[in-house]
Design a protein around this ligand. Sequence first.
Ligand SMILES: [Cu+2]
Length: 495
Amino acid sequence: MKKHSIVATLTVLIVGISLLVGIQTVTAAGMMGNGNSMMNDNNSNSSMMTEHTVDLKEANVAEQQLNLPPILKPDKQTKTDVYYTVTAKQGQMNFKDGQATKTYGYNGSYLGPVIQINNGQTVHIKEVNDLPTKTTFHWHGAIISGKADGGPHDPLAAGKSRTIKFKVQQPAAMLWFHPHPSGQTGKQVYKGLAGLIYVNDANSKKLSIPKKYGVDDFPVVVQDRTFDKNNQFNYKKDYNADGTLGENLLINGTLNPYINVSTNFVRLRLLNGSNARNYNFKLSNNQVMYKIAGYGSFLDRPVKIKKLQLSPGERAQVIVDTTKLPDNSELKLLTGGMNVLTMKLGARSSNISEIPNKLNNMQKLKQPTKDVNKEKLVLSGMSKMVQINGKQFNPDRIDLHAKVGQQQIWTIQNKKEMMMNMIHPFHLHGVQFRILSINGKKPPLAQQGYLDTITLNPGDSYKISFKFEKKGLYMYHCHNLEHEENGMMGQILVQ
Ligand SMILES: [Cu+2]
């Protein structure tokens, strides 16, 4: 049976059952939709129903060199402080032949620059909203006060600006920034608002790993977009309550991209900047890659992997070893059989002799016992009925309370439903946490770093450990942006 007919059959079934038991009926359009990110990527070997009714298609354009976002120049810098300006604005891009695409971007037409900050430094960012509508600037993964975090409680009106300030108190990592305004997040991200933040520290400066930007160290922001017949992103038309998906992959805003590889080792810094699509990355010919960092820190040791699952909001850094591959060959980063990025291997110089086996020295994670605040969050439902602990987001309700410095242990669970199950990438603002257990087991090495987002497959239960270090109001939510906007979000007040 074909996918859409399964969906159609299930829809009839579910609508029927809903009517029978008298619960609110989900619209057929919502159920069938044009892409439920229920399970993994379209090459998922899961026995559960797969997600995509919007399958990825090869972009009908010639190969293009990968766009590299510019590194943002500080307005001013002192020994201790750095000052940046980030402006959200409208723009247009020539992604392909024909009409230009109307977009949003930070300091440019699409996506944003890379902001470099150092552990210990005080960062001042002037946030300027040149959009015709409200927005917020959310610093995803930053340990930052609720006041500077840019959640939906703190919108910046069109034409306004404000300056935030925070001291960087976290290890080297790749964070990102994106808008988070109530009711507009999905649309604004889809139009192009997202940028990267590289946090450096003494350790990352010392490590012998590829770090020449655009030479052996590449940002790889992965997004899916549908172009309409006029080459526009039509969010309204492509919208799906269970996650808006696109047909083509855009990498740093490039269709069908390639990079020229001139060194033995290549570092890729991946961000899933999509609204809702989950990716399973791998290399052509089943080549291994070495995961060196998750989102909030380096791992203690590199981990050899053959595939990498990233849900929306998640990042990973990998090193690809091309030493044994011949000149003038190609290596491809793939997802579900689709080309993400072609690495064209030329004659290569030796940039590092090997990948170091010690990358970081993280504190041992202990099961804390004293003065622990425990919470349990259950994610459930789908489309317009997504909930956390049986409730939909209400901006006037504080769901949880916590104290600065108090040990937190939270259990996050993705409830298994009768019919349809979905992946929910859970994100908590303002902190970096670590995983104590996944379904009762110790997390694998590749997930032992600091994290701000976790992918929960149906039925999964994660226990996480962290402390809030700053005060304020913070959100926690599903990073499937349409789920977030449909109410799969709560807020915690930290005092
Ligand atoms: Cu979700």
